[in-house]
Design a protein around this ligand. Structure first.
Ligand SMILES: *[C@@H]1O[C@H](CO)[C@@H](O)[C@H](O)[C@H]1NC(C)=O
Length: 281
């Protein structure tokens, strides 16, 4: 009888939404392990024969693997993961996995999937670029795309699937903002771009909307060439006849994060511009 009374009290509490704030917090923190890869995206690596695959899991996994190949899935590449803690009040945690596929053939199509023995993604494909400079490059380049009312998203998804682009260049202002709602908007946005970004290199640079917590969502979620060193904030890459340079102009506005990012970027840019033409290929 005591037990039944207790149950009734709990039921009444539930129905009346009279849970104390503490109970609410407890319920929110209740989480099941989720090892399933999500938010999968690729970028060109240190050379055009490298592709870096990046994805997120809510829970930590034993390993970070990509299985890939041209006709058959016969190669495995091992990478690593880093815990990312968002700067918001919930300090949400997620694991960001990065794996580099190196020594890829030029002008070839590969299949891949990523994950670990605790959970694999579906299969995706990408095509490496041609060698040399004598070919017409097709890139979609834009800035400012939110997670809500992203008018151009369906079209970009469809055109990517039709093979219209060699790559995407998103020059800042993602999701509005990736840090919003304890970085849940960032997760949503990264899932929305997966039908694009898992198939062609999705190259990025930060905008002012990424500045929260010292650009930490941006730095954690993307893996541009040299990301271990410059955290995707500035870098360069080549595609066909084009040498692309990404710099973080926001470094000039958010001086509260220090002058070092500014001076480092400046030095790096001078070096990058001085590299002889043939080394850019
Ligand atoms: C912000 O991040 C940049 C890049 O990692 C770093 O150089 C700088 O010291 C950071 N600033 C602060 C105040 O933490």
């Amino acid at each position: 009888m005591k037990l039944i009374c207790l149950l009734m009290v709990i039921l009444v509490m539930e129905r009346g939404h009279t849970l104390s704030p503490r109970t609410k917090n407890f319920r929110r923190e209740l989480r099941i392990d989720d090892f399933q890869p999500q938010q999968i995206h690729i970028a060109i690596g240190q050379t055009n024969q490298d592709i870096v695959v990046t994805w997120t899991t809510p829970s930590p996994t034993d390993s970070s693997l990509v299985k890939y190949g041209r006709k058959k899935i016969e190669q495995t590449a091992l990478g690593n993961s880093l815990k990312f803690v968002d700067g918001g009040s919930e300090h949400r945690e997620m694991w960001i996995h990065r794996v580099t596929l190196s020594g890829l053939q030029p002008d070839a199509t590969y299949k891949y999937h990523c994950g670990s023995y605790q959970g694999w993604s579906e299969m995706f494909t990408f095509s490496t670029w041609k060698k040399g400079t004598d070919w017409p490059v097709s890139l979609a380049m834009f800035g400012d795309m939110g997670a809500i009312n992203a008018q151009s998203l369906p079209r970009l998804q469809e055109e990517t699937q039709k093979g219209m682009y060699h790559g995407i260049v998103h020059v800042g202002d993602f999701a509005y903002n990736m840090d919003t709602d304890n970085a849940r908007i960032g997760d949503t946005f990264m899932r929305q771009i997966q039908p694009i970004a898992a198939y062609v290199p999705y190259m990025t640079c930060p905008g002012n909307h990424e500045q929260k917590y010292n650009f930490s969502n941006y730095r954690a979620r993307f893996s541009m060439p040299g990301y271990l060193d410059t955290e995707s904030l500035f870098y360069s890459w080549n595609i066909g006849p084009v040498h692309m340079i990404a710099i973080n102009t926001e470094a000039y506005y958010f001086l509260n994060y220090g002058l070092k990012p500014l001076s480092r970027q400046y030095e790096w840019l001078l070096d990058d511009l001085e590299v002889p033409e043939e080394n850019h290929m």
